[in-house]
Design a protein around this ligand. Structure first.
Ligand code: FES
Length: 86
């Protein structure tokens, strides 16, 4: 149980190095994504993942997890409201 608690604690910290070449941690990469980086090329412009490329799979996974959910036009709230008024 103690081991489980410790592993959960470290998972919250998110300070694991993802890009070894640049020493970029998961937290730093998430900060770049939150600041607007939405593609691998944009992360590379921030100096993350622009060396050997070993981290690209992880970077793409983080980008995909942070991408906004696609909205179905038939179920978008504003479209539903407009069609209800018509
Ligand atoms: S580990 Fe990220 S570029 Fe090498």
């Amino acid at each position: 149980m103690r081991v489980l608690r410790l592993s959960l604690k470290y998972r919250k910290v998110k300070n694991v190095i993802v890009c070894i070449c640049r020493g970029a941690s998961e937290r730093q990469i998430q900060n770049a994504i939150d600041a607007g980086a939405s593609t691998l090329r944009e992360l590379q412009r921030c100096g993350i993942g622009d060396q050997c490329g070993s981290c690209h799979v992880s970077l793409r996974t983080m980008l995909a997890a942070s991408a906004p959910e696609p909205v179905c036009p038939a179920h978008a709230p504003e479209l539903t409201a407009v069609s209800a008024m018509a």
